[in-house]
Design a protein around this ligand. Structure first.
Ligand SMILES: C[S@@+](CC[C@H](N)C(=O)[O-])C[C@H]1O[C@@H](n2cnc3c(N)ncnc32)[C@H](O)[C@@H]1O
Length: 204
């Protein structure tokens, strides 16, 4: 995504953000603390909702780091009076995170695992870099729970993937979390069960 597309993404997301996402981001991210990693940070939509007083450092990663993310990070660090070392950006795919095992207290992923090409590998990496007792905070859209919308989404998925840069409408992310040893506890669902958000702890 070029910088122009990043701006378009933010504009396109505005109605959704106004509807429900902003409120959920705020609720989800209020519990991020300690050493925090965000995967698939995109344009930095979560940056306003972290509570920096609880965060030792925040590392934002994405498979493709855009200028818009870099700008937002600089602006956020200045506005919150953070030392630059506490807020950094690193280009890396979720499937190959360049961090030691058990590096982070908390990993954040919002609207990411619909797009990560190898979801299982990405979630396995999230588990690897989490400390025992740490947790993934997630918000994802998933395969609709009801049969008719699920079938419709399955039919639309190939075309949607083409126009959306690889986003899938049919991912069973909650089951994938269980498979990698990060059993999810839901805070809630919305959009008819298509959006789901919660915490997936790694056993201590
Ligand atoms: C729909 S955007 C979501 C951005 C942001 N997390 C949010 O909540 O608005 C999906 C992001 O996932 C990133 N992404 C896609 N595949 C990825 C991968 N394999 N590893 C890391 N990030 C990836 C994309 O570059 C994009 O920034």
């Amino acid at each position: 995504m070029c910088d122009f597309s990043s701006c378009l993404f933010d504009v396109a997301m505005k109605p959704l953000e106004a509807l429900r996402l902003t409120e959920r981001r705020r609720q989800l991210l209020s519990s991020a603390s300690g050493r925090v990693l965000e995967v698939g940070a995109g344009t930095g939509a979560n940056l306003p909702y972290f509570r920096y007083e609880h965060i030792a450092d925040l590392t934002l990663t994405d498979a493709e780091v855009r200028a818009r993310l870099q700008h937002r990070v600089r602006w956020t660090a200045e506005a919150a009076g953070l030392h630059p070392a506490r807020l950094s950006v690193c280009e890396a795919p979720a499937e190959q995170l360049p961090f030691e095992d058990a590096s982070f207290d908390c990993v954040v992923a919002t609207l990411v695992f619909c797009t990560v090409a190898d979801q299982q590998a990405g979630l396995t990496e999230v588990r690897r870099v989490l400390k025992p007792g740490g947790a993934l905070l997630f918000m994802e859209h998933v395969r609709p729970p009801r049969a008719v919308p699920a079938k419709l989404f399955a039919v639309l998925n190939p075309a949607w993937r083409l126009v959306s840069g690889g986003c899938n409408l049919t991912r069973e992310t909650l089951a994938a979390l269980r498979q990698v040893g990060l059993p999810p506890r839901l805070y809630g669902t919305f959009g008819g069960g298509i959006f789901t958000y919660g915490i997936a702890p790694k056993a201590a």
